[in-house]
Design a protein around this ligand. Structure first.
Ligand SMILES: Nc1ncnc2c1ncn2[C@@H]1O[C@H](COP(=O)(O)OP(=O)(O)OP(=O)(O)O)[C@@H](O)[C@H]1O
Ligand SMILES: [Mg+2]
Length: 234
């Protein structure tokens, strides 16, 4: 039985190629959606984590996935209505996760499922999952647990072709799937449904977590707001 309450949703943010803007989209969507809902950004990029560079925390999802403790102890509140569950940047933790993922891919789905239901029981209305690029047990596990999938891609040939792999691998996962075209420079047609086109701008930097907070009326922020409204309507 689906235990989901009205208003609860898990959004998986994926890409085939690295560097397409998943973390940028996850953080800024998290910021915008936290104006009206209780949001958690869950970092499942265990191979190359990024959130530790923005927020000071000491506990990481790696340990939680390893079976220690419960989700509440690992959450870091970063602003009103917005918490993060970060991945560890320590090399030993990255190695453990890679090993575990290869050997225990299916068991990890169960553990991830437990973590997500704990977060749901903590009253988060939206969970945004920032995944690692490409295909891995973890990213496919994350697709299985999500209610809505956003595939982020730059409008370049390689990335657009990579989208086909994401759609192919997820074809039996019956969830709504949309492309977020990031660093977009035009309005070239794509053979997929596009949830948002976020323009490319040299003003974007990952030196701070929330671009939309500092650049409220920027065209990039306006596109992110449209994406947040799109997600809110789902
Ligand atoms: N709309 C944009 N315009 C210009 N630069 C952007 C835009 N969106 C993201 N970037 C830049 O692209 C780079 C990659 O972004 P980000 O780290 O979010 O990608 P990612 O998909 O999470 O990467 P990874 O696959 O390594 O996790 C960052 O330096 C970011 O500042
Ligand atoms: Mg990232």
């Amino acid at each position: 039985m689906d235990e989901r309450q009205v208003g609860e949703m898990i959004v998986g943010i994926h890409s085939f190629k690295g560097g397409s803007g998943k973390t940028f989209v996850a953080l800024n969507l998290g910021y915008l959606l936290s104006m009206e809902r209780r949001v958690c950004v869950l970092e499942l990029d265990l191979r190359a984590p990024a959130l530790y560079s923005f927020f000071r925390g000491e506990r990481y999802i790696n340990e939680l996935l390893g079976g220690r403790g419960n989700a509440e102890e690992y959450l870091l509140r970063v602003r009103k209505n917005l918490s993060v569950l970060m991945a560890s940047p320590a090399l030993k933790d990255i190695k453990t996760c890679l090993r575990r993922e290869d050997v225990e891919g299916v068991r990890m789905l169960g553990r991830l499922q437990e973590v997500v239901s704990e977060l749901r029981s903590l009253d988060f209305e939206l969970i945004l999952i920032d995944n690692s690029p490409g295909l891995s047990y973890m990213s496919v596990n994350s697709m299985i647990l999500s209610d809505l999938l956003l595939f982020v891609a730059r409008p370049e040939r390689q990335e657009v072709e990579g989208l086909r792999n994401l759609f192919d691998v997820s074809k039996n996962i019956e969830k709504p799937k949309y492309v977020v075209l990031n660093r977009s420079t035009g309005d070239a047609a794509l053979p997929y449904e596009v949830a948002a086109r976020i323009p490319c701008s040299c003003d974007v930097t990952m030196d701070y977590p929330f671009f939309v907070e500092r650049h409220e009326n920027h065209e990039v922020s306006r596109a992110l707001k449209k994406l947040a409204e799109f997600v809110s309507r789902r």
